[in-house]
Design a protein around this ligand. Structure first.
Ligand SMILES: Cc1cc2nc3c(=O)[nH]c(=O)nc-3n(C[C@H](O)[C@H](O)[C@H](O)COP(=O)(O)O)c2cc1C
Ligand code: SF4
Length: 437
């Protein structure tokens, strides 16, 4: 555990024009690429494996091992696709990173592409974030102009093109195989696995799909080495990560720290829960990870410890809710989202999220029907493990954990509207007086 921040990807976000190539170059930018191009591609894959870097997109799959799953080259194309869809409620680390320091991703993509033998890489970006799209396009253009992209990069003989693709704003298109279908121009729905993308991904060719932060972490790892990276974090969750604190916290924002830090330590650095209030519940990794409460303040935020405590590290989206917030209402909003974003391909998720929404809507209004709470739990446990992709499983997390820790609130909502028991004006971030003064 640590009480120190480790600003690496975030270290010059406050610099003037932090997003420009020249700023990045002044901060070690592209030095990792220069030395990587002198090495054998296989050595870079091994370095990524040795670092212990695990995917930062949620599931935590070892990145180097994923690269190693690609079959031997057969002369045909192989692709790197970066997942920049970031659409989960609460998750907000990739977009700030792309706005503040996009060259980390571009350099990481060039090194990764060289390591896996890819000559055309893609960034699949969430559709709504037009400002990020513009910034990424500018970053890619700057990299072309400087000779880091295109033909014969830095005289190495290695060629790479990057295409930035804006999706149309669907959460399911963050699921890696739905993303690939969408990128190919089809409706974004998950594919049956196997075959996995490493074998038959984009255009049925071997493909690596990685999260923005995973690939952005590659230049520092290659510049400083696997041992340096492994010196941070815990034994099985190595390195640093961006923790996004949002909600009822004094100083919300991005806190880059070693994995294994606790919420208590992060809250200390962020000025604590807003003045005069106390922590009620929080998500460790976005809306698809089971809720935690104040009793989990000292759980180390690494993959293993969070799992052992009954949740998931996910995307380290720490959404903080104080005692003014109704759990029923928060869960209901999340389920509105999941019901809306369910792609409809499989019955448990399509129908189940619809029924969860019906019940939560009447509980919010204080009009529960006998047996509603058990029915919520029952529907959630029937979706879990039976859905075609992880969106369905994720939708059950707030429901099951909400009932587990706050059943009495669900009981109360059977007869009392949540806006009566939890007046919404109490949970707004700024009291009226402080806004007007
Ligand atoms: C519904 C759904 C949405 C997802 N959204 C994202 C996303 O926006 N970004 C992301 O990197 N991974 C997302 N994932 C996880 C991806 O499927 C995949 O595991 C990830 O991109 C792999 O990258 P990593 O190994 O670098 O973490 C999502 C998964 C699901 C089921
Ligand atoms: S779980 Fe939901 S999002 Fe995933 S395939 Fe089934 S319907 Fe679509």
């Amino acid at each position: 555990m640590s009480t120190e921040l480790t600003p690496i990807l975030t270290r010059f976000w406050d610099a003037p024009q932090s997003w420009r190539l020249e700023t990045y170059e002044r901060n070690e930018g592209y030095q990792a690429l220069r030395s990587a191009l002198q090495r054998e591609p296989g050595e870079l894959v091994q370095e990524a494996k040795d670092s212990g870097l695990r995917g930062r997109g949620g599931a935590g799959f070892p990145t180097g091992m994923k690269w190693g799953f690609l079959p031997p080259p057969d002369g045909g194309p192989r692709y790197l696709v970066v997942n920049a869809d970031e659409s989960e409620p609460g998750t907000c680390k990739d977009m700030p990173l792309l706005m503040a320091a996009p060259q980390f991703l571009v350099e990481g993509m060039i090194i990764t592409s060289y390591a896996i033998g890819c000559h055309h890489a893609f960034i699949y970006l969430r559709g709504e974030v037009v400002h990020v799209y513009r910034r990424l396009m500018q970053a890619v253009q700057e990299a072309y102009a400087a000779g880091y992209l295109g033909k014969d990069i830095l005289g190495s003989g290695f060629d790479l093109d990057i295409t930035v693709h804006a999706g149309a704003g669907a959460y399911i298109c963050g699921e890696e195989t739905a993303l690939l279908d969408s990128l190919e121009g089809r409706r974004g729905q998950p594919r049956l696995k196997p075959p996995f993308p490493a074998v038959a991904g984009l255009y049925a060719r071997p493909t690596v799909v990685n999260n923005v932060e995973s690939i952005a972490s590659i230049p520092p790892i290659m510049a400083h080495g696997a041992t340096w990276f492994g010196g941070m974090g815990t034994e099985r969750s190595k390195g640093f990560g961006i923790f996004s604190l949002s909600g009822h916290v004094t100083r919300p924002g991005q806190y880059e720290a070693p994995l294994g830090i606790t919420l208590r330590e992060l809250l200390d650095m962020a000025g604590g829960v807003r003045a005069g209030h106390e922590l009620k519940f929080w998500t460790p990794g976005g809306s698809s990870t089971p809720l935690f409460t104040a009793e989990h303040l000292d759980v180390p935020l690494d993959f293993e410890s969070v799992g052992k405590a009954g949740s998931m590290l996910g995307t380290r989206a720490l959404q903080i809710f104080d005692e003014t917030v109704s759990v029923v209402k928060a869960v209901s909003r999340w389920i509105d989202f999941y019901a809306h974003e369910s792609c409809g391909k499989c019955t448990p998720c399509r129908e189940g999220t619809y029924w969860l929404k019906q019940i939560l809507t009447r509980l919010e209004a204080g009009q529960g029907l006998p047996g509603d709470i058990d029915k919520l739990d029952d529907i959630a446990s029937n979706i879990l493990g039976r859905a075609f992709c992880a969106l369905g499983d994720g939708a059950t997390s707030p429901v099951s954990s909400g009932i587990k820790y706050f059943r009495e609130e669900f009981e109360m909502a059977m007869t009392t509207p949540v806006d009566v028991s939890f007046p919404p004006e109490r949970s707004t971030l700024f009291a009226k007086e402080s806004v007007s003064s």
